[in-house]
Design a protein around this ligand. Structure first.
Ligand SMILES: N[C@@H](CCC(=O)N[C@@H](CS)C(=O)NCC(=O)O)C(=O)O
Length: 202
């Protein structure tokens, strides 16, 4: 297996943090998406949607979508469990992971695209779209802040895939200079602590 990767992008980051937390070693092949390398005819054969990460399997086929890649690896390597151990625990972890992805990472992406000078001229920017996303981001952040509470990790006492996604999302916010609601102190404390883990450097 081999993972097509780009160091600066949040979706590959999620997968690398997961790999590091699990102690799984995979060859990484860099694809410079900023230079258009994920849009070449050759790469589009691997992922017609033109994004990374992509997992190349031993049979020469490709698996796309960061969460699906993580869940596939989790089935191959169930220990230590990173999606919980009971049906309800697994549902709770997935619930939090979805909030981190859809409520935080995607909203940060929308704000970044609609405000960053990098995207001016590349996409039609909309201040309204950025403002709507900012409100949605703040709502999701408050939900996560309450759920994290005093716990060391997003879903409780041990790291899960929700931590992997939230770290990638919040580092993306830092990169895109998207401000986070300062009243979300549990999220801020979680971020400070999680960044101390070796996996955060992956
Ligand atoms: N839903 C996909 C999104 C993949 C994606 O959009 N990746 C971005 C990096 S975070 C990318 O490669 N963008 C470059 C492009 O689309 O050309 C996933 O979770 O893997």
């Amino acid at each position: 297996m081999k993972l097509y990767d780009f160091a600066m992008a949040p979706n590959p980051k999620k997968v690398r943090v997961y790999l590091a937390e699990k102690g799984i070693s995979l060859p990484l092949e860099p694809v410079n998406i900023a230079a258009g390398e994920s849009r070449t005819p050759e790469f589009l054969k691997k992922n017609p949607l033109g994004g990374v990460p992509v997992l190349e399997l031993d049979d020469g086929s490709y698996l796309t979508e960061s969460l699906v890649i993580i869940e596939y690896l989790e089935e191959l390597h169930p220990t230590p469990p990173m999606i919980g151990t009971s049906p309800l625990e697994r549902a709770r972890v997935r619930e939090l992971e979805r909030i981190a992805e859809l409520g935080i990472l995607q909203r940060v992406g929308t704000i970044f695209q609609n405000t960053s000078p990098f995207f001016a001229g590349r996409v039609k920017q909309s201040a309204d779209a950025a403002e709507t996303a900012r409100n949605q981001l703040n709502t999701a952040l408050k939900v996560l802040d309450a759920r994290i509470g005093n716990h060391p990790f997003v879903a409780g006492d041990r790291p899960t895939i929700a931590d992997c996604t939230l770290l990638a999302a919040l580092e993306f916010a830092e990169f895109g200079q998207v401000a986070l609601d300062p009243s979300c102190t549990n999220v801020a404390r979680w971020l400070r602590d999680f960044k101390q883990r070796p996996s955060a450097q992956a």
